[in-house]
Design a binder for this molecule. Sequence first.
Ligand code: GLC
Length: 351
Amino acid sequence: MNFRLISKKNPDVINILSFVIFFILSCDSTESIQPLEQNKVDPFIQNKKIAKTINLGNALDAPNEGEWGVTLEAEYFQIIKSAGFSGIRLPIRWSNHTQANAPFTIDENFFKRVDWAVQNALDNNLAIVINIHHFEEIFSDPLAFKQKLLSLWEQIARHFKDYPDDIIFEMLNEPHQKLTSEIWNEFIAEGISLIRKIDDKRTLMIGPANWNSINSLSTLEIPNVENLIITVHYYSPFEFTHQGASWVENSDRWMGTTWDATNTQKELIDKDIAMVKEWGIRNNRPIFIGEFGAYSKADFNSRFRWTEYMVQVMQKNEISWSYWEFCSGFGAWDQQTKKWNELLYALIQPN
Ligand code: GLC
């Protein structure tokens, strides 16, 4: 600090300096800070940790790891970290790796593999969202598989109980079909109270029924608990993002659909994301767009433009996001060349 500036001739400088000194002192004073109640974790701060993330998809969410062309490697976590992402979302198909009957004990080796992935994320200072993904049976017969869902969460919650708070639990990917909003709301309430009894500090994440669609947010009954993040997925326009996708019937006829960043196209995204943001503010809950992406059958320049625009709009609205996905059909990183493609520049942008 240059004290020569302080002179009687310059009262403004003195005023400014007094203010600065007062400000520094008041920052130091414990009285001026509102401490969070003991043990409380702020979900808005937690959501910032997963501000810019990428899905390690098609690996542990395949029926068996490797069957969909992705086997996790330790270097993936370093590559993701050094590219500028703050975390990852790890989709996991637990339901395929348990005993057939209650209590549906999770296969030890599978659990070890998940642990290895979680540890790699933590070692690289990446926050991590772990979920239950592709639990297909529960969508056609929710009541028959409810106990299995709860039992999975009981085991997962116990296992990670003493792990750092950089691990976030997302209860179920894309509930749909017979798992209607009504049933899903009941499962959420039961599941969350079960997890909270085991671990009352973990940040939890839930999304609406109907594939985590933004249009179903209004049907989601938010449980009366703290430390909760709300997730939705965004793939609009679907004819563009899912053209040629083998798992979407008749999507070949959408081939050639481009996204040219026209005003009309941008306005659709603006409107949707503004609605999501407004919902979050109204309900005082942080929002995470846990999946968005355009499949590789679409024209690359269109994918770039769409991804770049999505990231801009989400960041402007302070919504955290996770790109779908790292190195498979929507991939931003190429397993053969071991390099990022240009999508990385669409994803990692200044705030
Ligand atoms: C969902 C599915 C995943 C699919 C993605 C894009 O997350 O679980 O398998 O690739 O959406 O359609």
